[in-house]
Ligand binder design. Structure first.
Ligand SMILES: Cc1cc2nc3c(=O)[nH]c(=O)nc-3n(C[C@H](O)[C@H](O)[C@H](O)COP(=O)(O)OP(=O)(O)OC[C@H]3O[C@@H](n4cnc5c(N)ncnc54)[C@H](O)[C@@H]3O)c2cc1C
Length: 410
């Protein structure tokens, strides 16, 4: 019996386990998936909880139930990987051997990395929506916010779902307008990026959106510290921005197990080949999703496209062949813009988001880089797709490869 061990039963680990369970004969292969708990959270839903769009309980399902019965689920904290001994240590002393390892441990907001972030005001006048606990508390923080300066801040890049803070700012603007409080709330969007987003065309459009909604953009702001007593954030070049409510995305980092195993970069991300998804740690270790150091977006859509590539490459390597399938950096995501509308962007390592229609030329039905009601409905529909199509690894109407079909050039 040979062992494939998957670390992390989030988006990427679950898809991979389900694909492998179908592809490999269970008499010869044992597939084991490890995660710290049994609660799989639909993270894109965190964005809506502060605005009462979802309640936290709407977003959780049993990890065990999302996994194919042929995969074994182990609920335990992973403490250390020993690549030279092909084994993984769990909290409590158990050791799991592997023939092939897939690292899918994701990335997490790590507020301890930001000076002053974790003071007495954490989850009070300083909020966040990147964890289930954070978005739940932020619901109450927003309910109690009757006016003043709301500052939405990204501490440092890269972060997972890089559009989520922008979406939060748009939704907050529309939420306060609907509550009749908009004139009492000033909203600042404070980012370390030189503009509203990482990619030029989308950044220009999203910058206009901020302007039209009277959300002030403060660019090139790298967070040095939070001064909770003074209610202000300070950049490394000593710019100061006061707040009444700070909604922050703290520094995102890969799991400490990557650092403890001595295999990661300074952010605990796993060095990974950007096309084959083979790690540079060892020839029998692959990495997928947010855990990698790749220049692709850290997003569920990316984990899904990568899984289509990785399954081919794992099966090739198992069969003694070279991994030939190539991930092209394909990512797409809906961007909520408030008032029941959203945009959609679709891009890759080489091509930035362009206008057009998706997935079909002219027909769409989704519009790229354009605010529509249908895109918003697509974003809401994605929750169903996530649980019923994406995680079970059912065939999807869109392929993993980026395509110029439907894109308008020039
Ligand atoms: C607010 C928000 C909004 C988002 N919106 C979108 C969106 O609209 N579209 C989109 O495509 N993506 C979105 N994302 C991003 C998306 O959720 C992630 O990119 C995706 O979940 C990544 O999958 P992953 O498997 O790499 O990591 P995860 O799904 O985070 O899974 C990692 C798993 O590893 C486990 N793990 C890690 N370390 C250990 C350890 N030491 N021991 C045991 N278990 C461990 C964790 O418990 C976790 O279950 C959003 C994320 C957030 C936070």
């Amino acid at each position: 019996m040979k062992n494939i061990l998957i670390l992390g039963a989030g988006t990427a680990g679950t898809i991979m386990a389900n694909k492998l369970a179908r592809a490999l004969p269970s008499a010869q292969w044992r597939i084991t998936v490890v995660d710290r708990d049994n609660d799989h959270a639909y993270q894109p839903g965190f964005l809506f909880v502060p605005f009462h769009g979802y309640e936290p309980a709407d977003l959780i399902r049993s990890r065990r139930k999302t996994l194919d019965a042929r995969a074994t689920f182990r609920e335990a904290l992973i403490e250390r990987i020993e690549p030279d001994k092909n084994r993984v240590h769990l909290k409590g002393g158990d050791v799991l051997p592997y023939d092939f390892l897939i690292i899918a441990t994701g990335t997490q907001p790590t507020p301890s990395q930001n000076e002053g972030m974790l003071g007495d005001e954490w989850h009070k006048s300083v909020g966040e929506f990147y964890t289930l606990e954070g978005c739940t508390k932020l619901q109450h923080q927003l309910d109690n916010f009757k006016g003043g300066r709301l500052v939405v801040n990204i501490a440092e890049m890269p972060i997972k779902c890089p559009v989520a803070p922008l979406e939060f700012a748009f939704l907050a603007e529309s939420y306060f307008r609907a509550k009749g409080l908009r004139d009492k709330v000033e909203i600042d969007y404070v980012t370390p990026l030189p503009s509203a987003f990482t990619k030029p065309k989308a950044a220009e459009l999203l910058g206009d959106f901020l302007d039209k909604r009277r959300i002030k953009l403060e660019a090139d702001f790298s967070l040095a510290r939070v001064e909770q007593a003074e209610k202000k954030i300070v950049s490394w070049d000593e710019r100061e921005i006061p707040y009444d409510l700070l909604v922050t995305v703290p520094t995102n980092m890969g799991d400490p197990v990557i650092g403890a195993s001595g295999i990661g970069d300074e952010f605990n991300y796993v060095p990974t080949d950007k096309h084959t998804l083979l790690s540079s740690v060892a020839p029998n270790i692959f990495a997928i999703g947010d855990a990698t150091d790749l220049p692709s977006s850290k997003a569920g859509s990316v984990a899904h496209f990568q899984a289509d590539v990785l399954i081919e490459n794992v099966l090739s390597v198992i069969a003694g062949r070279a991994p030939e399938a190539k991930f092209d950096g394909h990512a797409n995501c809906f961007i909520e813009s408030g008032d029941g509308k959203a945009l959609l962007i679709d891009f890759s390592y080489d091509v930035e988001p362009l206008p057009g229609t998706y997935p079909l030329p002219l027909i769409g039905p989704m519009s790229l880089l354009k605010e529509t009601r249908l895109n918003h409905l697509g974003k809401l529909m994605f929750k169903w797709v996530y649980w019923n199509m994406l995680l079970p690894a059912r065939p999807m109407p869109v392929g993993h490869q980026f395509s110029m079909t439907g894109k308008a050039i020039g």
